[in-house]
Design a protein around this ligand. Structure first.
Ligand code: DAH
Length: 344
């Protein structure tokens, strides 16, 4: 018998009943913690009851001890159970969420830097009325060469280091065949951009990849002249590289344009003072271009007396390398997440 007249057994039963009720009634972690301290804490009710075991007659002590342990295990299990329920409820209600904490960062992918450059080129020319077009990567030699005024026995055709798949069927070596397809598909006015992959039996080194992107541009209408062509290119360069960057048209040769020009921009890396990217010249070539050759109009069945136009082809990988100071083109084609993650 304890001092207040209640047997230890009754006291333990009382702790069991009220402890279980207190845990069940606790609605949050705080309430549960104070119930734990009250019933299971070091100076809680159960500890106090167990401390009085010594006063129990020796023959009743083992049974009382077993009961005390049983109550303790039961209360602990009830506490554990309630704790998990209260935690789940709190998360669900948002009560314990700190929304100001930064989230855990996981890499879910992003737009490839070359695709970013392509998108930007399309956006800028989009303001001049150009829309996107596409053509097949598997081409005939007629579209890839003949229609573009490149006879198959011409050295220009050899220079393309073509992957042939079959007689007369090849992997396109440039996006220019899309020009021919578009002009055969419909009447001018035409203003299109055709981004896409091209293939050449080229070295796989710091500046060459056997599969690489190009962005083809074509504008055909009545009355398009060289001035409009230069203005469009200069507009693009200003928008893409910034107004401090200069444009230079250098006379060149492409079978499908006359006159032809390569377009250089003042080197953005060294501010045109000469560096390894511009090979000390202060200028970097960004595209081949020119006025559409009358022979191309004839090949695709457009009236060369009525229509004129300009065309250009750029390498967005090289432009990305220049813009982001990427020293080796292979980095762009190796799908290395640690590298690509920098451009998100
Ligand atoms: N197709 C050329 C190449 O792959 C690039 C090019 C040059 C495209 C001049 C054009 C152009 O449309 O007018 O090297």
């Amino acid at each position: 018998m304890t001092s207040d007249g209640m047997s230890l057994r009754e006291r333990l039963e009382g702790i069991r009943t009220s402890g279980l009720a207190a845990f069940t009634a606790a609605v949050d972690e705080e309430a549960l913690e104070s119930a734990r301290v009250r019933y299971l804490g070091r100076s809680g009710e159960l500890s106090a009851a167990m401390a009085s075991l010594g006063g129990v007659p020796a023959e009743d002590r083992p049974a009382a001890g077993r009961l005390a342990n049983e109550v303790k295990r039961e209360l602990e299990a009830a506490l554990e159970d309630r704790l998990s329920k209260v935690a789940v409820a709190e998360v669900a209600s948002g009560a314990s969420l700190d929304l100001s904490l930064p989230g855990r960062r996981t890499w879910v992918g992003g737009t490839h830097p070359v695709t970013q450059v392509i998108d930007e080129i399309c956006e800028i020319f989009g303001e001049l009325g150009f829309s996107r077009a596409a053509g097949p990567e598997i081409e005939t030699d007629w579209y890839n060469f003949t229609a573009l005024n490149i006879p198959l026995d011409h050295p220009a055709a050899d220079m393309h280091d073509t992957f042939y798949l079959d007689d007369g069927v090849l992997l396109r070596t440039h996006t220019s065949p899309v020009q021919a397809r578009i002009m055969m598909d419909g009447e001018p006015p035409i203003r299109i951009l055709a981004p896409g992959l091209c293939y050449r039996r080229d070295a796989w080194d710091a500046s060459h990849a056997p599969a690489f992107e190009q962005v083809e541009g074509l504008a055909v209408d009545e009355g398009i002249d060289f001035v409009e062509f230069r203005a469009a290119i200069a507009f693009f360069v200003r928008r893409f590289f910034g107004s401090g960057v200069k444009t230079r048209f250098r006379a060149s040769y492409f079978p499908f344009t006359e006159p032809s020009a390569e377009v250089d921009v003042s080197c953005i890396l060294c501010n045109a003072s000469g560096c390894s990217a511009c090979k000390g010249t202060g200028w970097v070539e960004i595209m081949g271009s020119g006025m559409v050759h009358p022979a191309v109009f004839e090949a695709v069945g457009l009236d060369a007396e009525r229509y004129t136009g300009y065309a250009f082809g750029m390498g967005p990988a090289r432009i990305a390398m220049l813009r982001y100071r990427i020293p080796d083109i292979r980095l762009l084609y190796e799908a290395d997440a640690a590298f690509l993650e920098q451009f998100v």
